[in-house]
Design a protein around this ligand. Structure first.
Ligand code: HEM
Length: 401
């Protein structure tokens, strides 16, 4: 690998973008939303001894960038593991430095702002929203093909996803040996970080595909983000306790990525009433069809005065209901994507302790979910999200030991 340079030894502008508080998992931050009681938020001190990567239960930032890399095909076995270990160590160091720099700057500013941030272009200034820059998180995982190639024991639940009816997957948008989820409030921050990570990887990791995502502007001004169909997406996410049980496997988890094309215009032609029947929640409020508020769980057995189920049998929320999986939950942290006027959809991102849950839910969707008339998966990947870094333990330390 060529000598890697430090992610923060860059041009001033780039550098100021990179000093965006890369929470790479030295500590776990909590919850998926800020405006409402945090779903997935650990109680105070709950994770004192935990080393979990950020970007899982972190409140969603405005933009995401998923990067998939392949290990250089020439690298295999112990030599390949050594190379990858060196890259992960570089990434860990570079991201930790950006985090420390951010914290120092925050502390100085909190101390009276005597030392303003370094000069920056107006574009960068936009990121200094509320005194904190982009809330960048980097979340790193490895794909199913990697451990075997390196002669390593694969994490128990790391397997390729099966194929599903209705998928139209483009191989150029699938898989990858290393997956990185970058999230920030500014796409400049994720892009600059992506460029730095790719540069630091040298020849060892070859970019395979990338997908940018965003949260559409919300008429609610905060709260659960909406998808391009106009519905709140992420309402029924697991609580902190449920995340402990169903999302985390020790300090690790699994990420499922699906690039799901949406037939937005066809869906928009439906009446709001029919849209709500297809999804199984109210469009304006996110509340279940039987009433209540967004925070209420859907009761699939609830009936109206005429004795009909209030949530239709083929509604999305019925097909994906955790009740059909003995209560098993996934933490959805999806973004929207728009790649030109004819291809837009949901960058479905979900964390869970075993991706077999995703496969079960997706199969039920294919069989009994009216929403699938408006969806088509075109990209797909799964990754084992590594335990977070700690003192003397870079990302991947356990896997690549
Ligand atoms: C393809 C595009 C999709 C769209 C537009 C979509 C949209 C939604 C919406 C609007 C809700 C209700 C609000 C909420 O709880 O977030 C929901 C719930 C949910 N969706 Fe999807 N979804 C999609 C794909 C998927 C996929 C692929 C899966 C997993 C295989 C999935 C799993 C879930 C789950 C688990 C819930 C919560 C159900 C509950 O606990 O009541 N969705 N989705």
């Amino acid at each position: 690998m060529p000598k890697a340079t430090n992610a923060v030894d860059d041009t001033p502008t780039r550098r100021s973008v990179l000093i965006a508080g890369a929470g790479i998992g030295l500590t776990a931050t909590a919850c998926t939303r800020e405006a409402r009681p945090p779903a997935g938020a650990p109680g105070p001190g709950a994770h004192a001894a935990r080393r979990r990567q950020a970007g899982v239960t972190t409140p969603q930032q405005a933009t995401a960038l998923i990067l998939a890399y392949d290990l250089d095909p020439a690298l295999r076995g112990a030599a390949g593991a050594r190379e990858l270990k060196a890259v992960f160590a570089e990434w860990t160091r570079a991201l930790a430095e950006t985090q420390e720099t951010q914290e120092r700057q925050d502390a100085r500013e909190a101390d009276g702002g005597r030392e303003p941030r370094e000069p920056r272009e107006p574009r960068d200034a936009l990121e200094a929203d509320g005194g904190r820059w982009s809330r960048l998180t980097a979340t790193l995982g490895v794909g199913p093909g990697l451990p075997d190639r390196l002669g390593l024991r694969a994490p128990d639940a790391l397997r390729d996803l099966p194929s599903f009816p209705g998928d139209r997957l483009d191989p150029a948008r699938c898989g990858g040996d290393v997956l990185v989820q970058l999230c920030a409030d500014s796409a400049d921050a994720t892009e600059a970080t992506a460029a730095a990570l790719t540069r630091l990887a040298g020849d060892a990791l070859v970019p395979r595909w990338r997908q940018a995502g965003f949260l559409p502007p919300s008429p609610d001004g905060g709260g659960t983000p909406r998808d391009l169909l106009g519905f709140k997406n992420g309402s029924a996410n697991p609580t902190a306790e449920e995340c402990e049980r169903w999302v985390w496997s020790g300090d690790a988890t699994y990420l499922v990525v699906r690039r799901v094309h949406l037939r937005v215009e066809d869906f928009a032609r439906l009446s709001v009433h029919r849209q709500e029947e297809v999804v199984g929640r109210r469009r304006a409020t996110g509340a279940p069809l039987e009433g209540g508020s967004e925070d209420d769980a859907v009761d699939p057995l609830a009936k109206d005065a005429q004795g009909r189920y209030t949530t239709p049998p083929r509604a999305h929320v019925r097909a994906v209901s955790p009740r059909l999986d003995d209560g098993a939950r996934m933490l959805r942290r999806s973004y929207s994507y728009a790649d030109g006027p004819t291809d837009q959809g949901l960058l479905f991102l979900a964390f869970m302790r075993d991706p077999a849950l995703f496969a079960r839910v997706q199969r039920r969707m294919a069989a009994q979910d009216d929403l699938t008339a408006f969806t088509q998966a075109r990209g797909s990947a799964v990754a084992y999200v590594l335990p977070g870094a700690g003192p003397g333990r870079p990302l991947g330390a356990e896997l690549l030991a």
